[in-house]
Unconditional design. Structure first.
Ligand code: R5P
Length: 314
């Protein structure tokens, strides 16, 4: 077994808060690192202490703008050139993941391109959280640990009973995620919203599969972006007789207009995580934020000690 040096935590500017929380969980100081700008706006990074022979973990979500991805790539390059023994890119929110196949003519497979960039920059491993599609792991030729936020949600939603509560997948793609949550919350029954996207950024409900009348529902998704998926699903479920609607989604992007849409939707509570920073003015009134730092910190520790990471989800 190759032995690596100490754990060293670095981050890009947008995941600084998460790095500090993870450092606190691991009872250590983050490594000294500066992310700044040249006069023309180009990004400049410098690691301010020796990481030679160390086990480096770079925490950075890659939501827009693309500067976040660029910071990650530059930090990986800097760490490799500073002779880190191993570099793990910890990407709580993996951006560009929704374009993961060529479903129309003349479109890129953006997730594959991003995987190539991260690998070419020199990452030895990747840790991520609720990756939009499992198959993206195969876009890398290095180990990828895809963590699930469901154990964190499980600690929050403690009062669910199979007689009164149901899990809802807001589209077919979310079925596996919803099943996992249903199992974690006590083998709850499952319903499915048959959602279609007539165009990017829009959503319409065609059908609801399962009897939701009188039930308290938890809609489970990985991402909330425009809020369309959740808002139209919530409306259709209420019209189908649901008693109450709550939402659990790992990554709250809340792009422009999402807050208003979700504030006006028949939703009691939207529970997200701090996988990426969400400013107060962007998040819906009923949003609750759960902390992923202990889960990421534990995954980092286990990776460093060459212990099982999948054991975290059982
Ligand atoms: C789609 O496949 C994803 O799982 C989410 O449902 C989607 O990205 C949410 O986007 P929006 O909030 O814009 O409907």
């Amino acid at each position: 077994m190759i032995m690596h040096g100490e754990i060293k935590l670095l981050s890009g500017s947008q995941s600084h808060y998460l790095k500090n929380k993870i450092a606190k969980y691991l009872d250590m100081e983050p490594a000294k690192c500066e992310v700044s700008r040249f006069k023309d706006g180009e990004i400049r990074v410098q690691i301010k202490e020796s990481i030679r022979g160390d086990d480096v973990f770079i925490i950075q979500s890659t939501q827009p703008p693309a500067d976040n991805l660029m910071e990650l790539l530059l930090l990986i390059d800097a760490a490799k050139r500073a002779s880190a023994s191993r570099v793990t890119a910890v990407i709580p929110y993996f951006g560009y993941a929704r374009q993961d196949r060529k479903d129309q003519p003349r479109v890129p497979i953006s997730a594959k391109l991003v995987a190539n960039l991260i690998q070419t920059a020199g990452a030895d491993r990747v840790i991520t959280l609720d990756l939009h599609a499992d198959q993206i792991q195969g876009f890398f030729d290095i180990p990828v640990d895809n963590l699930y936020a469901s154990p964190i949600f499980k600690k929050y939603f403690t009062e669910f009973e199979p007689e009164t509560h149901m899990i809802v997948a807001p589209d077919v793609g979310a079925t596996k995620r919803a099943r996992l949550m249903a199992r974690h919350l006590g083998n709850l029954p499952l319903a499915l919203v048959d959602k279609r996207r007539p165009a990017p950024n829009s959503a319409e409900v065609v059908n609801i599969i399962g009897d939701v009348s009188g039930m308290k529902l938890l809609i489970v998704d990985d991402i909330i972006d425009t809020g369309n998926t959740i808002a139209v699903a919530a409306q259709a479920l209420i019209e189908a007789g649901a008693a109450e609607i709550r939402v659990a989604a790992t990554h709250g992007l809340f792009s422009d207009g999402a807050k208003e849409k979700l504030d006006n939707a028949p939703i009691e509570e939207i529970v997200i995580t701090n996988s990426l920073p969400v400013s107060e003015d962007k998040r819906p009134r009923c949003a609750i934020i759960l902390d992923v730092a202990p889960l990421l910190g534990e995954a980092i520790l286990r990776t460093h000690e060459e212990r099982s990471v999948s054991a975290l989800f059982i």
